[in-house]
Design a protein around this ligand. Structure first.
Ligand code: SF4
Length: 335
């Protein structure tokens, strides 16, 4: 009898890939063949908000191109260090809408649960880059948030956010979702995640099977800003979710130097739809301190949406919105 040879697994587990994420600016510049002149600012800005990028995402960045639209999303720049009077550490008023630690309740019928503080990537424009997660010890300690949701029958949808909820291991994520399952007034669970885009191996069979079997309708809102992000493995991960009956939507942030062109946004919508993902929101940048260099004016944003309307069917044109602190819903920006 010929002995069975164990299959040689070339790809490390998603957890290993996450552990191996690049956190050192020197290493980032070396791997991407970028000039050392960027190093001092990158180190300084990474002290304000650490650098973090997976190798999977890094592989989609063009070496030597300091204007690469994916690089711009993750490279700490000197611009982050210039304080701006109209930019804030809590730009959307999260802290005024946290009735219990680990839970944000702003909008009627929906509550947002901070499942974890951790993300698989650090987006330089992140609106929660200054969020005091240590005051909201949510991971493994969801008791107060769950009790709050249990007591409010008007909450029909729970949004798992963070950080990125898929930073949790499957067992921890399932434990959390098991706590939500018996709450009869919860109809939907929405998962806000960048993992299918930045570390597609995170979407494994165990996860997709679990989501498929959950009593609640599962909606996954991914976050892609540029068509270069949608490589083959990303498509496979989205297909796995779609095949398991998960509704897929995308939200993008409008970012100067990344996706502030009608051709880029149009291509993004087209590519997303080939993965069964509907473009949902195009967010105007939340005015978070350190991200002002990503801002695009409302005039330009409206012109971009008009150009998209001229190029695309209506269902592929995302809604242009802004989140204002204290508002009861996201505000559409109409032209
Ligand atoms: S994945 Fe989302 S929460 Fe995490 S850093 Fe990026 S924008 Fe912020």
């Amino acid at each position: 009898m010929i002995p069975r040879i164990a299959p040689f697994c070339q790809t490390p587990s998603w957890q290993k890939q996450l552990n191996n994420a690049i956190r050192c600016p020197t290493e980032l510049l070396r791997q991407l063949k970028l000039p050392n002149s960027l190093l001092a600012a990158a180190k300084e800005s990474a002290r304000l908000f650490p650098l973090k990028v997976t190798h999977s995402y890094l592989a989609r960045i063009e070496k030597g191109n300091i204007n690469d639209p994916l690089l711009r999303q993750i490279l700490p720049l000197i611009d982050e260090q210039c304080p701006h009077p109209d930019y804030y550490t809590d730009p959307v008023g999260d802290l005024d809408a946290t009735p219990v630690p680990g839970l944000i309740h702003k909008y009627r019928g929906r509550a947002l649960l901070l499942a974890t503080a951790s993300c698989g990537i650090h987006c330089r424009y992140c609106f929660r880059r200054h969020f005091p997660y240590s005051n909201h010890k949510s991971s493994n300690n969801w008791r107060q948030a769950i009790e709050y949701i249990q007591k409010d029958p008007s909450i029909h949808e729970v949004i798992l956010s963070g950080g990125d909820p898929l930073s949790l291991s499957n067992s921890k994520l399932f434990r959390l979702m098991d706590l939500l399952e018996p709450i009869s007034h919860i109809k939907r669970i929405r998962i806000h995640t960048r993992y299918p885009i930045i570390l597609p191996d995170r979407i494994d069979l165990e996860l997709s099977d679990y989501l498929h079997q959950h009593r609640c309708k599962i909606v996954t809102v991914v976050h892609s800003n540029h068509p270069n992000e949608l490589e083959d493995q990303v498509r496979d991960s989205l297909k796995l979710l779609n095949d398991n009956g998960i509704t897929l939507l995308n939200q993008s942030v409008l970012l100067a130097g990344v996706n502030d062109s009608a051709d880029t946004l149009s291509e993004l919508s087209e590519q997303l739809f080939t993965c069964n993902v509907l473009p949902y929101y195009l967010h105007q940048l939340d005015k978070v301190q350190g991200a002002q260099h990503f801002a695009v004016s409302d005039t330009q944003a409206k012109a971009l949406i008009k150009a998209l309307r001229d190029q695309l069917p209506g269902y592929l044109v995302p809604k242009l919105v802004r989140e204002n602190s204290g508002d009861s819903a996201k505000q559409p920006i109409s032209g």
